[in-house]
Write a new protein. Structure first.
Length: 331
C-alpha cells in the first residue's frame, strides 16, 4: 500500500517527486531530473531553491557505518527539566551525532551517535555526558543490524516515481569503481568534508578542495559510492508532507523472532528507520505519522498485530533538533 501525500499548503506533487528523485540520486543534474519528471531544468532549479529555503532540504554525503564496520549507538538521555534543549543543541553541534529529538515532555533526548575515531565513544559516554549534572540517566544501545534506512529512503514508500523513472535515475558505476571494499582512506577526508556540507558540490569545487585532478576526484567519489562506504542522503521537514509527528519505538521480541519482526517492520509505510539493537529492547524504529491519532492507529494496528512483538515503548518527539545536519533557529 502506497502512502498518501497530505501536503499542508507549501508542497505539491511535483515537490514530492523531486524529493523522491533526489533520494534516488542526490547528485543528478537539474536537466536529468527535469527529463525524468517531465519538466524543464529551470523548473527543477526553482523548486530545489524553494525546498531548500522553506522545507529544510539538504543533500549531503553520509558515511555508511554499517558498511564500514563502524559502531553506531542509540542514546537515551534523561535530563532535569529545562535542561534538555541546551544539552540537545550541544550534542547537535557534534559531527558524530544525528537524528536527535526531544521527547517525554522535554525531559528526554534520543540521539544516534557514530564515533568517527577510536576513543570518541568513550569520551562522550564516559567523559562528557556523565560530567553533565543535568543528565540524570544515560542508556546506550548499540545498533547491530539495519533492517531499513540508511541508503534506503523513506520517501520511496510514497510510490510517486515509477520503476522506469527510478531505473533512469539510479546511478551507474563503471566496473573499476565497484571493485574496491567499503573503506575510507585518510586522503578522502578533504573530499568528504565538502560533500558532508553539500552533497551536490560540483567536481571543480571538489577539485579545488582536494588539490587533486577532476578526473581523480570523479574516480574516487565513484568508488566510494559504488562500494557503499558513502551514500548521498536527503533531509527535509516531513511535516510539510503532512507527517509532522515522529516517534522512536523501542520494541522487545523473542530472540528467535527478532529478524522476522525487523524484516516485517521494514515493509510498514510508517517506518523510516529500523535496526536490531543490543540492550533492553531488541529493535528500535523511527515511525513517522500524521499525528497522535496516526501513532495510535499504527501501535494498535500494524505493529500490534505483528507476531513476535512482546512489548513496545513509544517516545514521541516534541521537537526534532537534528536530522543529518544541524540547522539552528534562524539559520
Amino acid at each position: 500500500m502506497e502512502m498518501e501525500f497530505h501536503a499542508q499548503g507549501k508542497l505539491d506533487g511535483l515537490d514530492l517527486q523531486l524529493l523522491s528523485a533526489l533520494e534516488v540520486d542526490g547528485r543528478a543534474s537539474f536537466s536529468k531530473l527535469g527529463g525524468v519528471l517531465g519538466v524543464s531544468d529551470q523548473t527543477v532549479a526553482r523548486r530545489y531553491r524553494r525546498l531548500s529555503a522553506e522545507a529544510g532540504l539538504r543533500v549531503v554525503a553520509v558515511r555508511d557505518a554499517e558498511r564500514l564496520g563502524q559502531d553506531q549507538w542509540m542514546l537515551r538521555l534523561r535530563c532535569v527539566p529545562d535542561s534538555a534543549t541546551v544539552i540537545a543543541d550541544a550534542l547537535a553541534k557534534r559531527p558524530d551525532t544525528y537524528w536527535i529529538g526531544l521527547g517525554s515532555g522535554g525531559t528526554e533526548i534520543v540521539c544516534m551517535t557514530r564515533p568517527r575515531h577510536p576513543g570518541d565513544h568513550d569520551d562522550l559516554l564516559l567523559g562528557k555526558l556523565p560530567r553533565t549534572p543535568s543528565v540524570v540517566e544515560i542508556r546506550a544501545q548499540q545498533l547491530l543490524h539495519r533492517f531499513y534506512g540508511g541508503p534506503t529512503g523513506w520517501l520511496r514508500k510514497f510510490g510517486t516515481l515509477d520503476a522506469e523513472q527510478i531505473a533512469v535515475l539510479t546511478p551507474r558505476h563503471d566496473a573499476s569503481a565497484t571493485a574496491g571494499p567499503a573503506r575510507i582512506e585518510p586522503e578522502d577526508e578533504p573530499l568528504l568534508a565538502v560533500l558532508e556540507r553539500d552533497g551536490r558540490a560540483t567536481y571543480p569545487e571538489l577539485q579545488r578542495a582536494t588539490g587533486r585532478s577532476e578526473s581523480a576526484v570523479k574516480r574516487r567519489l565513484a568508488a566510494l559510492l559504488a562500494s557503499g562506504a558513502v551514500y548521498i542522503d536527503v533531509e527535509y521537514h516531513s511535516e510539510l508532507l503532512g507527517y509532522p509527528l515522529a516517534a522512536v519505538l523501542w520494541i522487545t521480541t523473542a530472540p528467535s523472532a527478532m529478524h522476522a519482526v525487523g524484516e516485517a517492520l521494514a515493509t510498514h509505510d510508517e517506518i523510516a528507520f529500523a535496526s536490531a539493537t543490543a540492550g533492553p529492547s531488541h529493535i528500535v524504529v523511527t515511525a513517522v505519522v500524521r499525528g497522535t491519532a496516526g501513532l495510535y492507529a499504527y501501535l494498535s494496528g500494524p505493529l500490534g498485530r505483528l507476531e513476535g512483538v512482546q512489548h513496545v515503548e513509544a517516545t514521541p518527539f516534541m521537537r526534532r533538533v537534528k536530522q543529518l545536519t544541524y540547522q539552528h533557529a534562524g539559520r
